[in-house]
Design a protein around this ligand. Sequence first.
Ligand SMILES: Cc1cc2nc3c(=O)[nH]c(=O)nc-3n(C[C@H](O)[C@H](O)[C@H](O)COP(=O)(O)OP(=O)(O)OC[C@H]3O[C@@H](n4cnc5c(N)ncnc54)[C@H](O)[C@@H]3O)c2cc1C
Length: 429
Amino acid sequence: MLACLVERLVADNDTDSIPDPEKSVDIHGVLKDLNIEGSIDYGVTAISLGSTDFGGLYSEKPLAVIRPAGADDVVRVIRRALESPTLTVAARGNGHSINGQAMAHHGLVIDMKSMADNNRIDVNVNFMYVDVGGGALWSDVLKHCVLKYGLAPKSWTDYLDLTVGGTLSNAGVSGQTFRFGPQTSTVTELEVVTGTGEKIVSSNSQNSQLFFSVLGGLGQFGIITRARVLLQPAPDMMIEKLLGKLRYLKHFRYEIDLTYMNFLSRVDHVEEAARGSGIWSTPHPWLNMFVSKKDIDAFNRIVFQNILRNGINGPILTYPLLRSKWDNRWSVALPKNEIFYLVALLRFSHAHPTESEINQMVAQNEEIVQTCIKNGFDFKMYLPHYNSTVEWKRHFGDQWGRFVNRKRQFDPKYVLAPGQKIFTRNHQF
Ligand SMILES: Cc1cc2nc3c(=O)[nH]c(=O)nc-3n(C[C@H](O)[C@H](O)[C@H](O)COP(=O)(O)OP(=O)(O)OC[C@H]3O[C@@H](n4cnc5c(N)ncnc54)[C@H](O)[C@@H]3O)c2cc1C
């Protein structure tokens, strides 16, 4: 995997390499008269940002990074890309993907965090919702809603420095999901710029096809420029009342008093420590899966107790989720069973990892996925990463046809989110 990354970087810098048709795009010429309020950056720092993510396993260089001032700039960029036969466009949230999902090889990366106007956070206290830009961080949503209004969305991710558009394109899960559903279940309206370059407001009752497609849609159908998220009064403290209703082994009870804000920001100190020791910026071959209850015992025996018997050098999260809290109309693929478990292998490497250390972690992830397939487990990868159409078809199962039709409808030239490696520009199904 690292070897791949190195090869791609070498090839990009090698002027004698075989000419790549995509490289012949005169990007300065193509974007010259693009009339946007924001900015276009061709500089080394911007390109480096656009070709980097938290996973640190892949690096795909874009030709330019766009910093839009608002949704209309996003419209202009997509329309310009459509005029070219090869250009692709990737929205980049906070780049917290693992496998290059927010990258665009020789395409355009839109830095959603820079959407000055659209990332405003507007609370409506009468109707109890917040309108928030697709590039806003959930940590900023939390601070704004709780500190100013004493209100908060119901459902979060466990870690909050992720963008609204980035998590809604997957689902957005945490320990609260079994009760409130994933973050996608708390959204009532989306403003989206589709792959045809149209800015469309959608909801359950208005342009509903687009609304449901985009939720969990891996960025394939449109770029989320605004989301309307339902709010509730923010509790002061988190868990005491819940424990009373639970049956559990008393000696497993672990208690700590935290304010609601501190509880939701609980991963911050982990990040701080990892940054301090240098392991926040090294590669992270993370694997996230949803595993059905019917197979979780066998998964425990084969994966946790055998393949992972020596640990993973990082936290393993696992908690149950309820399928009935998810909407079948969203694009996200789920196991069939009503109860399934998130299994998150959050691997860290050493501060100066060797290539073989990283490759071993990647190979072990692959072994786990193949083991699940071989044993016929009812499972899905969360934040999926596959390289071939055959694998994507298997991932979506009987929803594959619907996914392809949605792509044809909302991004018929396959311009958006090329880093997911589901569709290729110019290759029609
Ligand atoms: C430290 C860490 C903690 C995490 N914790 C959780 C967690 O608790 N729960 C959870 O569910 N996930 C978690 N994740 C995974 C996270 O949800 C995904 O990485 C997700 O992609 C969001 O990250 P991002 O905003 O940086 O998006 P990016 O990685 O930048 O983008 C992800 C994908 O979404 C697309 N995209 C980005 N913005 C938009 C937009 N506005 N409209 C349409 N498409 C868009 C991109 O093109 C790309 O395909 C975690 C990841 C990390 C690294």
